[in-house]
Design a protein around this ligand. Structure first.
Ligand SMILES: Nc1ncnc2c1ncn2[C@@H]1O[C@H](COP(=O)(O)OP(=O)(O)OP(=O)(O)O)[C@@H](O)[C@H]1O
Ligand SMILES: [Mg+2]
Length: 291
């Protein structure tokens, strides 16, 4: 999360509130289709999916980075995505989060929200949190202050940078601190945390906004073995409460957390199944795992 994105999120929240106020008829009138999906807590997962991509294509200067990608993620699922360098894993996340526009295809959040109609900050505000590889915490602030700031999609903070947490927000902050194993470090300066702890803090900042879907790109890169194990436990504890899409090259980590694994190659799905199933797949061995 970047300060820019937070700022945009705050503006977005204001626009959404104004729109919702304008849609005064019982059905929401002509604006219902626009205003309803972005109200937090209303993603339609009755068809058993939180995220749905169909036949998505993206080319960069003629190079097909994403080439007929289809994907279906169930609510509460923890999906692992693996595949060789350049397979399109990060580009896929760019598309879901609105950073990159596909040339064609469909991308839906739940059954009703067409993500291709929204901008990056709007998508973040809907409850899709993204963790980039490099931690981007505010190093000069404490762990507590970083988590506090993650709630700051609010004009109170933009005006003064000082605000009082409600009781509910305090409880959530405490819960998140425990979840990310940083309760004992709440007052510590974030810049003094280990690499792994910074990664957890950033995940905590995403959790403060209670995202429905979390996209995590190479979350354990650069972590010690112990930090990697703790991260596996963390992700397993998030599963069910949130839906997670995790891209990783670390196979022991994938083994620790995976149910269903999707193998991407050349911009589309090469194989899907349990880790054992995809590891035994000749095509996967050929392009990724090696002989
Ligand atoms: N904005 C862009 N402009 C041009 N080419 C791009 C752009 N973004 C991605 N690509 C290209 O698209 C392909 C897919 O890249 P992507 O970063 O999605 O792969 P990846 O699966 O995440 O790889 P890695 O495992 O190395 O992170 C690569 O060949 C990359 O160079
Ligand atoms: Mg990548």
């Amino acid at each position: 999360m970047t300060p820019d994105l937070m700022e945009e999120g705050a503006k977005r929240a204001e626009r959404v509130a104004a729109l919702a106020a304008g849609a005064a008829t019982e059905s929401g009138g002509r604006q219902a289709g626009f205003s309803r999906p972005v109200v937090h807590g209303e993603v339609d997962t009755t068809h058993g999916r939180i995220l749905y991509l169909e036949d998505v294509h993206v080319s960069f200067d003629g190079f097909k980075a994403i080439n007929g990608l289809s994907l279906d993620i169930a609510p509460g699922e923890l999906r692992c995505i693996i595949g060789p360098n350049g397979a399109g894993k990060t580009t896929m996340m760019d598309i879901i989060t609105g950073k990159t526009r596909p040339d064609s295809g469909q991308v839906f959040f739940g059954s009703t929200i067409d993500l291709l109609r929204y901008r990056e900050a709007e998508i973040a505000a809907m409850g899709i949190g993204r963790k980039f590889q490099k931690p981007t915490v505010f190093e000069h602030l404490s762990v507590f202050e970083n988590l506090e700031l993650a709630l700051a999609t609010d004009k109170r903070v933009r005006r003064s940078m000082v605000f009082t947490l409600t009781g509910e927000e305090k409880d959530r902050l405490g819960e998140v601190l425990e979840t990310i194993h940083l309760s004992d470090s709440a007052g510590r300066l974030s810049g003094n945390l280990s690499h792994g702890q910074k990664q957890w803090l950033e995940i905590g900042m995403l959790l403060m906004q209670d995202p429905k879907l979390l996209l995590l790109d190479e979350p354990v890169a650069g972590m010690t073995d112990e930090e990697t194990e703790r991260t596996a436990q963390l992700f397993l504890s998030l599963k069910g409460k949130h839906s997670l899409v995790v891209v990783e090259h670390d196979m022991s980590f994938i083994r620790a957390i995976s149910e269903k694994v999707t193998v991407l190659c050349d911009g589309s799905v090469l194989a899907e199944g349990t880790l054992d199933q995809v590891q035994a797949d000749e095509r996967v061995i050929e392009v990724y795992l090696g002989r």
